[in-house]
Ligand binder design. Structure first.
Ligand SMILES: *Cc1c(COP(=O)(O)O)cnc(C)c1O
Length: 377
């Protein structure tokens, strides 16, 4: 089987996890903090809070920005369901902004129009969550301008996008947003098994993220209500979850982060080969912005014969996949009043979408097979 994506684990990764297993602290030890520091140094962002998933990090990000009842979150329908679910989990309303048919990312023009209408209706969103689909950054400069005009906060769902760049900086630098979230699920760019991270340049936001990540409990004397100074005392000062990442997971992530440039280089080689070999076929190849290089988490093509291509690839052991069925047409969201036709660009994209295999473990022979099968179809 040739998967569309998978983890790349080497002996060093395994050694690093075993080291933690043999140590005194297998969770909340020194590795967790070290991983956070390395994420900061890789992205240039000031603060990073690692979590047990990107979904948890998105949830914390919404709460840290004060999303609650009566508020609204807007995101892209062309994403994994988690991007929208976290809004409802904060008891807020959720709505969607259609994608641009060229980039498959949130369309700035559609966002602008929707904001104008929302302002007239007195229903502006509190948070807009653009999703860097396939690892290609959204037009953050324009989105940030709209945020300043309309007063909303920005969470970048960069689950696909660690290793990508925007405007000369790594995605994750938080230059045009309040919080950026990465995923470390095994199909993403680097993995911790399950895991994620929320990044911000705002100290107060980082403190809120950290507090809610761990039960709302603090031992920081400057934050504690109890002033006895007794070393055993911890204070719960807010409501929180246990969304922490263990040191076992962090050790894997720290080791993986050392190879991220290698991973991205390999993904670029694979994409370049698809670009060249598939250019003559009756397919639409993915948008490529070489000035703002993608992490290339996905290589999504568009074909009118999606069903046939999908089935024939699977028959040949090529496990292509489809990203994404638009969130608003999922049964759960249709039950909440969303309808097919609400976001036509996302739906049109979905009807033809196939993600080809792209990951660091994909061999030349495997890619050759994918290309051969596509050519034969
Ligand atoms: C994978 C993914 C998530 C969820 O990440 P987890 O780490 O699995 O919780 C959220 N948003 C997008 C766009 C994703 O691809």
């Amino acid at each position: 089987m040739i998967p569309y994506s998978r983890q790349s684990i080497n002996e060093q990764d395994i050694e690093e996890v075993i080291k933690v297993l043999r140590s005194d602290l297998i969770t909340q030890g020194p590795i967790n903090k070290k991983f956070e520091e390395e994420i900061c140094s890789y992205t240039g962002c000031k603060y990073s809070v690692v979590t047990n998933s990107a979904t948890s990090a998105l949830h914390l990000a919404c709460l840290a920005l004060g999303l609650g009842p009566g508020d609204t979150l807007w995101t892209s329908p062309n994403s994994y369901v988690a991007s929208a679910n976290v809004g409802l989990l904060c008891n807020a309303e959720v709505d969607f902004v259609d994608i641009d048919s060229k980039t498959y990312n949130m369309c700035v023009k559609a966002l602008d129009q929707k904001l104008r209408k929302a302002e007239a209706d007195g229903k502006l969103p509190k948070i807009v969550m653009p999703v860097h689909f396939a690892g290609q950054s959204c037009d953050m400069i324009s989105i940030k301008k709209l945020a300043e005009k309309y007063g909303f906060k920005i969470i970048e769902d960069a689950s696909h996008a660690i290793g990508g760049r925007y405007n000369g900086k790594p995605i994750g630098s938080c230059s045009f947003s309040d919080i950026v979230v990465f995923s470390f699920h095994p199909v993403k760019i680097i993995t911790t098994g399950e895991g994620g991270s929320a990044l911000t340049n705002d100290l107060r936001l980082s403190e809120r993220l950290r507090l809610m990540c761990s039960h709302g409990v603090t031992r920081d004397p400057s934050k504690m209500v109890t002033k006895s100074g007794d070393a055993w005392v911890y204070d719960q000062i807010s409501l929180g979850f246990n969304f922490r990442m263990s040191d076992l997971n962090a050790a894997l992530g720290l080791s993986q982060l050392k190879r991220i440039d290698q991973f991205i280089r390999k993904r670029n080689e694979i994409a370049k080969r698809y670009d060249e070999e598939l250019s003559q076929l009756n397919l639409k190849l993915p948008f490529r912005d070489f000035a703002n290089p993608s992490s290339l988490h996905l290589y999504p093509i568009q074909t009118k014969q999606r069903g046939r291509v999908f089935d024939l690839c699977h028959k040949e052991g090529i496990k292509v996949n489809v990203h994404y069925k638009p969130i608003h047409i999922q049964p759960f969201w249709q039950n909440r009043g969303f309808l097919p036709g609400d976001h036509p660009n996302s739906e049109a994209y979905y009807s033809k979408a196939i993600s080809l295999p792209i990951h660091p473990e994909l061999s030349d022979e495997q890619q050759e097979k994918v290309i051969k099968v596509l050519k034969s179809i």
